[in-house]
Design a binder for this molecule. Structure first.
Ligand SMILES: NC(=O)c1ccc[n+]([C@@H]2O[C@H](COP(=O)([O-])OP(=O)(O)OC[C@H]3O[C@@H](n4cnc5c(N)ncnc54)[C@H](O)[C@@H]3O)[C@@H](O)[C@H]2O)c1
Length: 278
């Protein structure tokens, strides 16, 4: 089933990955392009943005890199302008940026608390603030508004066994943020949904959990696998396919939804150990 985003222009914010392999945004950008979208790959890391755009190009798709700090209004303004200039419209905005900070309120420094609010939450506010008027205009001109997909986390709805107070708080706040947009703009052809990944094996999660807990990667993988009812973590493609569905017209009646992609973790009672959500 190809062409699920044919003719659409998409921005993926955080389209790279931390280290080799597949992060959620990188997989989404490549998948969106495979399904026919022209994709602006926005990332603070120039190499990561360029790598994702190059993968799309090598597969015959259309994508370009855009270097931007999603927590900075000027960066988001430049990103929005770049998409309009290169592709003429913005049909899909995926807000995927998210970073971890270990600790509870007593341990986390104020600077780090504010950094996570800015990177994980204010980045979404800024991107929606810039892109929503574009989508409204598109709706008024052509009857086609747009879709916003915000990547939250099961850490926003459950305790995951690790004190990540700033991360958990920002991920939880994404849900009412997204819901508010969905309802406010429902009559203007704009849908907004959250995706809540569970334990996904991405380069970033392995790196940060190893930094936090030490231990070898293989035993960390086994511990995380054991926490999943399915017996194994998910991967970036599981999150990307959920985002693809929400971004596509197949989900035309789906808005204000919270799509959990966690192999059943949050449905089960009792879990222990250094799970993190990521
Ligand atoms: N991996 C998991 O298990 C998991 C679970 C739940 C939720 N998530 C969420 O999925 C998203 C992606 O996670 P991932 O593991 O693929 O991470 P990742 O770090 O591999 O990818 C995120 C990308 O965002 C970029 N980025 C970071 N700060 C930025 C900024 N200020 N501006 C622009 N780009 C920036 C990074 O350079 C990186 O390329 C995050 O929001 C994360 O919270 C991940």
């Amino acid at each position: 089933m190809a062409g699920r985003l044919e003719g659409k222009a998409a921005i993926v914010v955080g389209a790279g990955s931390t280290g080799p392999g597949w992060g959620n945004g990188k997989a989404a950008a490549v998948l969106f392009a495979r399904e026919g979208a022209r994709v602006l790959c926005a990332d603070i890391d120039p190499d990561a943005a360029a790598e994702t755009a190059a993968i799309v190009g090598s597969e015959g798709g259309e994508a370009s890199a855009c270097v931007c700090d999603a927590g900075n209004p000027d960066g988001i303004a430049a990103m929005t302008a770049a998409c309009l200039q290169r592709y003429g419209r913005i049909d899909v905005l995926e807000n995927n940026v998210g970073v971890l900070q270990l600790g509870g309120p007593a341990e986390v420094e104020l600077d780090d608390w504010e950094r996570l609010l800015r990177i994980n939450l204010t980045s979404m506010f800024l991107a929606c603030k810039a892109v929503l008027p574009v989508m409204v205009r598109q709706f008024e001109e052509s009857g086609r508004g747009g879709v916003i997909v915000n990547i939250a986390s099961i850490a926003g709805i459950r305790d995951t066994g690790i004190p990540f107070v700033a991360y958990n708080t920002t991920k939880g706040a994404i849900l009412p943020f997204t819901r508010s947009i969905a309802i406010q703009y429902a009559k203007q052809g704009i849908r907004a949904n959250s995706v809540l990944p569970g334990l996904m094996q991405t380069p970033m999660v392995m790196q940060s959990l190893q930094e936090s807990y030490g231990g070898d990667a293989e035993s960390l993988v086994q511990q995380r696998n054991a926490l999943c009812p399915t017996g194994a973590m998910g991967d970036a493609w599981d999150v990307a396919y959920a985002a693809l569905y929400l971004a596509s017209d197949e989900a035309k009646y789906v808005t204000a939804a919270e799509l959990v992609v966690d192999g059943g973790i949050t449905a089960r009672i009792g879990a222990a150990g250094p799970s993190g959500d990521r």
